[in-house]
Design a protein around this ligand. Structure first.
Ligand SMILES: NC(=O)c1ccc[n+]([C@@H]2O[C@H](COP(=O)([O-])OP(=O)(O)OC[C@H]3O[C@@H](n4cnc5c(N)ncnc54)[C@H](OP(=O)(O)O)[C@@H]3O)[C@@H](O)[C@H]2O)c1
Length: 232
């Protein structure tokens, strides 16, 4: 049996990951989000610990952590100092700090038990390519996730603890639909050689592969799912 804690499973990519994982035999899932699963607000510094403890109470042990929850909120540099800083810190806390806190709890859990484990962090194409002028914080938070993933991979591979990241490009969820609508869909699609945005199920397949079956020698890998819109 593989016990998985998946954040942000209430909708979008996370809901597709939950559906994909539940089609696999031998998987037990603790989902997270307000609409379904265990609720915990990552804007609250106590949120990750609350979620971890509740998931552990439900599952007994955790073998795989998927950090998928995230926000994509505009933050113009023309706003006043306090508003800009507050929203910079909100995105960093939800996207990066909460993921880091859960990675820490997972690594400590596996180290204490002498058990192997896997982490899959959902970052973004923005980590490598950057994002719009209103999304410095978003790109920085995702680049931070990639650097953290590689660091965990290098630090704990010898203990059987593996870490991977996935970098989706535009994916057809609420997050992408709002962005496409606000920034002119046709122009953005022209930038994607595949000619369309990714489906949540495509990103979910990559995440499920890393969570369940990717070979250990892949640890530290970052998988792009972006229709060749950013090739590195
Ligand atoms: N869609 C894209 O084009 C795209 C591209 C690149 C990367 N990504 C990344 O993929 C991941 C999933 O994106 P998505 O498009 O599926 O997003 P989405 O449809 O907006 O769903 C976001 C998920 O994150 C959770 N979440 C939001 N704010 C939270 C908070 N304060 N505390 C705890 N959970 C919170 C939501 O839970 P509630 O239901 O409780 O609000 C929801 O389950 C994100 O990390 C995103 O950055 C997405």
């Amino acid at each position: 049996m593989t016990n998985i804690l998946l954040t942000g499973s209430s909708r979008g990519i996370g809901a597709a990951v939950a559906a994909t994982l539940m089609r696999e035999s031998g998987v037990r899932l603790a989902g997270h989000g307000t609409a379904s699963g265990v609720a915990a607000d990552f804007a609250d510094p106590a949120g990750p610990r609350t979620l971890w403890d509740r998931a552990l109470a439900k599952l007994g042990t955790i073998d795989v952590l998927v950090n998928n929850a995230g926000v994509f909120e505009a933050n113009s540099i023309d706003r006043d100092d306090a508003s800009w800083l507050a929203d910079w810190e909100r995105t960093m806390r939800i996207n990066l700090t909460a993921s880091a806190a859960l990675c820490r709890l997972a690594v400590c859990h596996w180290r204490e038990r002498g058990a192997p484990g896997r982490i899959v962090n959902v970052a973004s194409r923005a980590a490598y390519r950057g994002d719009s002028r209103d999304h410095w914080h978003y790109a920085a938070s995702k680049a931070g996730m990639v650097a953290m993933t590689k660091t965990i991979a290098r630090g704990y591979a010898s203990a059987g603890i593996l870490a991977f990241a996935v970098c989706p490009g535009f994916t057809m969820t609420g997050m992408a639909e709002d962005y496409l609508a606000s920034r002119g869909g046709d122009q953005l699609l022209a930038d994607i050689p595949l000619g369309r945005v990714a489906e949540p199920g495509e990103v979910a397949n990559a995440i499920a592969y890393l969570a369940l079956s990717a070979p250990p020698s892949m640890t530290g890998a970052v998988i792009d799912v972006n229709g060749a819109s950013y090739v590195r």
